[in-house]
Design a protein around this ligand. Structure first.
Ligand SMILES: Cc1ncc(COP(=O)(O)O)c(C=O)c1O
Length: 455
């Protein structure tokens, strides 16, 4: 297949039908006030000229500051499992805001939401709340070190687990001029060498290499941390038996297995990966779909491990941890997901599968080599002639420029996706079959555009 040159993509994507002048003006001002104009750099990645500033969201829809309306498939990076501004979540937060917001004391809601999470998620016999996925993985790793008395952690190449130092290695190890950088590389400057020495990186979906690494580091690896579906290098499914082999290797070499379910939790199944794949970790981290739009995250795990969090033992804390505002939103969100035997999750899966299948058929009609990977609620489309993508390096070989032309074409037709080919599509319970039809109509156009450029 032909890879599109970057200049050509830029020229084409700037032939915009939609008008975004207010977003451009805001971004120009923002760059003088905020470093790089944004408070989270992934909001810049892949955007042509400027990011689009959003103003209002409802259900599956979002409107930008220039008045353009989109069907949203980014959904707050997977947070909005029940859509934008679900009336019951909005009602719960606003009622709570009038009662109690942050109090520096435990609240009844904390017990209620803990009861709910532990009732829903088989990987969490006990749970402790924090505010972001970053905090959750940072705490989970500390717990693993404290419990095992070992200092290293093993993560996978291309895996993203948040912004703390211990997980910022080999997140996107492609370097300009080098196809791929050495196996373990700090993602950004500022991380001490001492930290680097405590991180081991392995390729995903390769049990043989993992076994060797675990054997070599048997006395030092405290934990294997992984997403059960790798969803930060596009979306990559575990090979049959891979998660089970992680479980076995962790047990054999006396390390803890941590499932980072910040993206997959309450999404791929109500009970997350243990329910979907039948493999239960020692510790699990949740974020995003736990709150359905409010900032809340959690570490959960086996009772005997979680009980080590105690005064004088393992610490856990934060001013906003388990704040009643977020708990109220999370409670309403989980109630919606639980109702009618988890009907919302089934609906999400069905809508997503409709889109996945439609994308494959339309790409085929357009004569394009395309791979759609994932599950209904969470998937990615790769422009590639590979038959399957099993790890970061294979994902990185897919064509980002074709993806970007496709994404820009969708944007022109009112569909909002992240422009980075290593992100993903996330579906919510607010997306309808009509949304799916609309998205596929736009995708047909996008594929034609890519095909005409590749011809
Ligand atoms: C798998 C995974 N873990 C952790 C994080 C970090 O979460 P947060 O952005 O809430 O800190 C993310 C965020 O995208 C994630 O996808």
């Amino acid at each position: 297949m032909t890879l599109l040159a970057h200049d050509e993509v830029t020229r084409l994507t700037q032939e915009k039908g939609i008008q975004t002048s207010k977003s451009r003006e805001l971004y120009q001002e923002a760059t003088k006030l905020l470093p790089s104009g944004v408070s989270s750099l992934q909001r810049l990645s892949g955007f042509v000229d400027h990011p689009i500033y959003m103003k209002k969201g409802w259900g599956s829809h979002i409107v930008d500051v220039d008045g353009n309306q989109y069907t949203d498939l980014l959904m707050g990076f997977g947070t909005l499992i029940n859509g934008h501004s679900h009336p019951r979540i909005v009602q719960a937060i606003s009622a709570q805001a009038q009662e109690l917001s942050v109090c520096g004391a435990p609240a009844e809601l904390e017990v209620e939401v803990a009861r709910k999470v532990t009732g829903i998620a088989p990987g969490a016999q006990m749970v402790a709340f924090c505010n972001s996925g970053t905090e959750a993985t940072m705490n989970a790793l500390r717990i693993a070190r404290a419990v095992t008395g070992k200092s290293k952690i093993l993560k996978f190449e291309g895996a993203y687990h948040g912004q703390h130092d211990y997980v910022l290695f080999s997140v996107e190890p492609i370097q300009p001029g080098l196809e791929i950088s050495p196996f373990k590389s700090p993602y950004q400057p500022g991380i001490p060498d001492e930290v680097e020495r405590t991180v081991v990186v392995a390729p995903w979906n390769d049990t043989a290499i993992l076994e060797k690494i675990m054997r070599r580091n048997r006395d030092s690896i405290a934990a294997i941390i992984t997403e059960p579906i790798m969803a930060n290098s596009g979306v990559i499914m575990p090979e049959p038996g891979f998660l089970q082999s992680l479980r076995e290797l962790a047990d054999k070499y006396e390390a803890l297995l941590i499932f980072d379910e910040v993206l997959t939790g309450f999404r791929i199944a109500l009970g997350g990966a243990p329910q979907y794949f039948g493999v239960t970790p020692d510790l699990v981290t949740f974020g995003k779909a736990l709150g359905g739009g409010v900032p809340i995250a959690a570490v959960g795990g086996k009772r005997e491990i979680m009980e080590m969090i105690a005064p004088g033992k393992i610490g856990f804390g934060g001013t906003y941890n388990a704040n009643p505002l977020s708990l109220a939103g999370a409670k309403a969100n989980l109630q919606i997901l639980e109702e009618d035997g988890g009907a919302a999750i089934s609906r999400i899966r069905a809508t997503g599968e409709l889109i996945m299948k439609g994308l494959e058929e339309l790409a085929d009609d357009a004569g394009l080599d395309v791979l759609v990977q994932g599950v209904g609620s969470l998937f990615q489309i790769f422009f590639t002639n590979q038959e399957k993508i099993r790890n970061y390096r294979e994902a990185a070989r897919s064509d980002p420029h074709s993806f970007q032309v496709f994404q820009q074409s969708l944007l022109q037709n009112g569909v909002y996706l992240h422009p980075d080919h290593m992100e993903r599509w996330t579906i919510s319970s607010a997306h309808s079959p009509e949304d799916a039809e609309m998205v596929l109509g736009a995708a047909a156009d996008g594929f034609r555009k890519v095909a005409s450029l590749q011809a």
